[in-house]
Ligand binder design. Structure first.
Ligand code: HEC
Length: 188
C-alpha cells in the first residue's frame, strides 16, 4: 500500500513537472517570436479548427440562450438589410455577392453570408455580433448598435439562411454551385 501511494505521488509529481515544462515551452515559443504574424498567408486548418472549437466552447459557456424577440416582418427585414449594408456587408459580403478586399484579406477571413449563411443558433449570433470575436477582425457592436438593432440583424441573417428566394426586392442571383448548404435545401 505504501509503495502504491509512493508510486502515485511520484507519477503525479512527474505529470505536474511535464505540464509545467510544456507550458514554459509554449510561452518561450511565443515570446521568442516563432508565431508567424503575417496575415497574407492561408489560415492553417490546425489553427482554424482550434479557433472554431474554442469559439464553440466559449459560446456554450457564456452566451445566454435568449430568444430572438424580433419577428421577420417586412419592416424588420428591411431595417435588417439596411443595417447589414451599413455595418456588415463590407466584410461579410453584399447581396450581389461581389468581392471586396476586406472580405478576403482578413485573417481569419470573414464568412460570406450571402453565399454561406451562418449556421449558428440565433442566441449565438446575437452574442457574437454584440461582443465580437477576440483576435479576429470581428468587431463587438455593443455601444454602436442597440440590442434591438442587433436582434434585427440576427433575424435578417436567419432569413438569409431560410430564403434563397429574393428578399426585400434584392436579387440573390443564380449561383447554386457555391451556395451554402443551408441555402441549397430550400432553393425553389
Ligand atoms: C471588419 C470586418 C467585419 C465586420 C465589419 C463585421 N464582421 Fe462579423 N466577422 C468578421 C470575421 C473576420 C469573422 C470570423 C471570426 C472567426 O473566425 O471566429 C466574423 C464572424 C461573424 C459571425 C460568426 C459567424 C459564424 O458562423 O461563425 C457573425 C454572426 C458575424 N460576424 C456577424 C456580423 C454582423 C451582423 C456584422 C455587422 C453588424 C459584422 N459581423 C461585421 C469580420 C467582420
Amino acid at each position: 500500500m505504501k509503495k502504491f501511494v509512493l508510486g502515485m505521488a511520484t507519477g503525479l509529481a512527474l505529470a505536474i513537472v511535464a505540464a509545467f515544462a510544456m507550458g514554459m515551452g509554449v510561452l518561450m515559443y511565443v515570446e521568442q517570436g516563432y508565431v508567424d504574424p503575417r496575415a497574407d498567408v492561408p489560415t492553417s486548418s490546425f489553427e482554424k479548427n482550434r479557433a472554431m472549437e474554442a469559439l464553440d466552447a466559449a459560446l456554450d459557456r457564456y452566451a445566454p440562450k435568449s430568444k430572438d424577440p424580433i419577428q421577420p416582418t417586412a419592416s424588420a427585414l428591411s431595417e435588417g438589410a439596411n443595417l447589414y449594408g451599413t455595418y456588415c456587408a463590407k466584410c461579410h459580403g453584399a447581396m450581389d455577392k461581389s468581392e471586396t478586399a476586406w472580405r478576403v484579406r482578413l485573417y481569419p477571413s470573414a464568412p460570406q453570408f450571402p453565399k454561406n449563411p451562418t449556421d449558428m443558433e440565433e442566441f449565438e449570433n446575437y452574442y457574437v455580433i454584440k461582443h465580437g470575436v477576440r483576435w479576429t477582425g470581428m468587431p463587438g457592436w455593443s455601444g454602436e448598435l442597440s440590442d434591438d438593432q442587433i436582434w434585427t440583424l440576427v433575424t435578417y441573417l436567419n432569413e438569409m439562411k431560410k430564403s434563397a428566394a429574393p428578399m426585400q426586392g434584392m436579387d440573390h442571383g443564380a449561383e447554386p454551385s457555391n451556395a451554402g448548404s443551408a441555402e441549397k435545401g430550400v432553393r425553389k
